[in-house]
Design a binder for this molecule. Structure first.
Ligand code: FAD
Ligand code: NA7
Length: 618
């Protein structure tokens, strides 16, 4: 084992010894280990056992323990950082009463082994895992009400004001489109179909309520102490505050929507934190911002039949593949969303209070002096989110924060510059702001801290989906980034428009869905960027994300047999360019087929009917 790896394991062992009152390096099949673990069970003492036969590098742990303690065999027992020895020594210490004395000594040092600040995706995952590993854990979660007074229950952003209500409202919108399609498939129902905002809002919020309750129950079941209070690091106790101590802390405070800082924004506008529980239909809506929260919310509101304008300062979906972003935007534009490009709001005024009321918005061009004014019922601000790190006393704890972004830099083990303070989720600098990422980071952190695990959260090739009306799934690099890193000449980019079978009968949205894979020619055409614009993008992208984790190449994509008829099979049916004229000839004779084949004439490299051809773009 290289010295650097040994150093890592040595420090891991030290960490485990420091952070566990009772620690037993054990082997799952060893009868002496079982005897020692049973003794602690009888004494009703939590014992953390690291099973060296079950963990990665277990034999290296054993060698290093030998070097550190002079003992090669298991069990190897530590109590409150003191080396006790093997089974015989532990039994003798128990008989002599030394064990009980040692156990009492360390127990009063901290209130908790771990305090987690923030009960969202990351915080809950981390606290539950740490408690399952026998730690005494507290999680503090408190929601500061929005300027409009909106607040919510346990679970953080995703459950209450993020992924969950967003996806359910997106689903509401998709059902509207499905109803239009349904007539073409023979379903007959009245001409007038209307949508009731309040019914949707109530149903969505009832479901969220059940999730809030589920989280509370699961914390209780796992013996995590949940406290509904705002947490802050402090050097001494003030007023009515309660002071808790812990051996380790995890920061998981997430982000909250940013405001514009212009007259009237906090008084008259809402953010995504208010939208999902808005008690009335928002009516004519202006969405300010052009990233995914803005496009997703604007998208479903428009699909519910509302008059929606999105005010874009510069580009759509900054950081995403711009070719895909613009296609997602174009689809929205052809489906009723208005875009006011290169404008920023400068003033918000209330014309009339109400539910909804009437609001006047003044905006200025980013390219000249042009000023526009318009009236809306609701203004939804979605111009980014700020990390909740400014008011939790991090200066007192000595934790470094990026002054500009408010984000927290951590090493690859989510450790801040203060060794006993860790951070996970949206507040991390330069990491993905996604629920599964926060959960994975939290869970793995607890396992590393309390179970001798070494696996770190892998932030590379994280699949994600933007739930715009036409969904956009991606994994790996956007085209722009791939060019920047590898150079255009070293990339092969395969792409194709496609027409989902389910769109054909209703005769809608031809030439809209799009697939693109970016391959690195220097590395056996390994897929380094996957992009999909079409129905069920999340479901499609998830599997290809797994394939990219395994390092899939273009050749392996070619050798994968597709599932027919699906949209995802477009990525597996990579035909040779020479076949195209032949396929085109096949399509020509029939008028209907010719209509379907029209895009083939236009683009010459795009084929339809569920399958498709992904060809190099040169
Ligand atoms: P959070 O879930 O935000 O939890 C932090 C918690 O800490 C909150 O409850 C907060 O109130 C609490 N808190 C803050 N400060 C304190 C304090 N001092 N004391 C006590 N408690 C405190 N991600 C996806 O993967 N898929 C999606 O489709 C998706 N859609 C989204 C849609 C929207 C509209 C938004 C806003 C986000 C979306 N996200 C999505 C992102 C996802 O919600 C976040 O990445 C995720 O919630 C981050 O988890 P976290 O644990 O870092 O923080
Ligand atoms: P993002 O991804 O931070 O994007 C912010 C968007 O708002 C972006 O389009 C910005 O335009 C725009 N913006 C920022 N400031 C302004 C002002 N002052 N005026 C007009 N437009 C502005 O934010 P999201 O809310 O979509 O998502 C944040 C995270 O939340 C996301 O990662 C998810 O995990 C959940 P720009 O491109 O800078 O010109």
């Amino acid at each position: 084992m290289p010295p650097i790896e040994n150093d890592k394991i040595r420090s891991k062992i030290k960490d485990l010894i420091d952070s566990n009152a009772v620690l037993v390096f054990s082997k799952s099949y060893c009868p002496f280990c079982v005897k020692v673990k049973d003794l602690f069970k009888e004494l009703n003492v939590k014992c953390n056992a690291i099973e060296l036969d079950l963990i990665e590098d277990g034999s290296n742990y054993q060698d290093l323990l030998h070097e550190m303690t002079g003992q090669k065999t298991v069990p190897n027992v530590f109590i409150n950082k003191k080396h006790i020895g093997g089974c015989d020594n532990t039994m003798k210490a128990h008989k002599d009463g030394i064990l009980q004395k040692l156990l009492r000594e360390g127990s009063e040092v901290y209130d908790y082994d771990l305090i987690v600040i923030g009960g969202g995706s990351g915080g809950l995952a981390c606290s539950k895992e740490a408690a399952a590993l026998g730690k005494k854990v507290m999680v503090l979660d408190y929601v500061v009400p929005t300027p409009k007074g909106t607040t919510w229950g346990l679970g953080g952003t995703c459950v209450n004001v993020g992924c969950i209500p967003k996806k359910l409202m997106h689903q509401t919108a998709l059902l509207g489109t499905a109803m239009e399609d349904a007539r073409k498939f023979g379903w007959e129902f009245g001409e007038q179909v209307t949508h009731n905002w309040e019914t949707m809002k109530t149903a969505v919020n009832n479901y969220i309520g059940s999730l809030n309750w589920g989280y509370r129950v699961s914390l209780r079941d796992k013996n995590v102490n949940y406290v509904n209070s705002y947490a802050e690091f402090a050097t001494n106790k003030r007023g009515k505050e309660t002071f808790y101590t812990a051996a380790k802390f995890v920061l998981a405070t997430g982000e909250r929507p940013r405001y514009l800082g212009i007259p009237g924004d906090k008084e008259y506008c809402i953010t995504s934190d208010d939208l999902f529980s808005l008690p009335y239909c928002p009516g004519k809506t202006l969405v300010v911002g052009a990233s995914y929260v803005a496009l997703e919310c604007g998208g479903f509101l428009a699909s519910l039949g509302l008059d929606v304008t999105i005010m874009v300062r510069s580009i759509l979906l900054r950081g995403f593949d711009q070719d895909m972003a613009n296609r997602a935007g174009d689809y929205m534009e052809t489906h009723g969303v208005k875009f006011l490009r290169k404008f920023v709001p400068t003033k918000i005024e209330q014309i009339e209070a109400g539910t909804p009321g009437r609001i006047k918005v003044t905006a200025k061009s980013t390219e000249g002096d042009e000023i526009v004014e318009d009236e809306y019922n609701t203004v939804l601000i979605a111009v980014g989110r700020d990390a909740c790190t400014g008011t939790i006393g991090l200066d007192k704890a000595g934790v470094k924060v990026n002054e500009k972004s408010g984000k927290i830099p951590v090493n690859d083990e989510e450790q801040t510059n203060v060794p006993h303070i860790y951070a996970i989720g949206d507040i991390l600098q330069g990491k993905w702001e996604l629920t599964p990422v926060a959960i994975q980071a939290g869970k793995l952190l607890a396992r590393r801290l309390y179970n001798g695990a070494t696996l770190k959260c892998d932030y590379v090739n994280v699949p994600t989906t933007v739930f715009t009306p036409l969904e956009y799934g991606s994994c790996g690099h956007p085209e722009e980034k791939a060019i920047e890193i590898y150079g255009q000449e070293n990339l092969e980019i395969y792409h194709s428009l496609f027409w989902p079978l389910e769109f054909t009968v209703p005769g809608r949205d031809n030439n809209r869905c799009y697939a693109k894979v970016i391959c690195n020619k220097l590395d056996n055409e390994r897929v380094i960027g996957f992009h999909y614009l079409g129905p069920n993008a999340g479901e499609v992208t998830q599997g290809f994300g797994a394939a990219m984790k395994c390092g899939i190449t273009k050749d392996q994509l070619d050798n994968t047999i597709g599932i027919h008829p699906t949209c995802a099979e477009i990525f597996t049916t990579m035909e040779s360019p020479v076949l195209l004229p032949f396929l085109f000839m096949l399509l020509k004779p029939c008028a209907r087929l010719r209509e379907l084949a029209e895009p083939v004439e236009q683009y010459c490299h795009r084929i339809y009917f569920g399958g498709g051809a992904l060809l190099p773009r040169r």
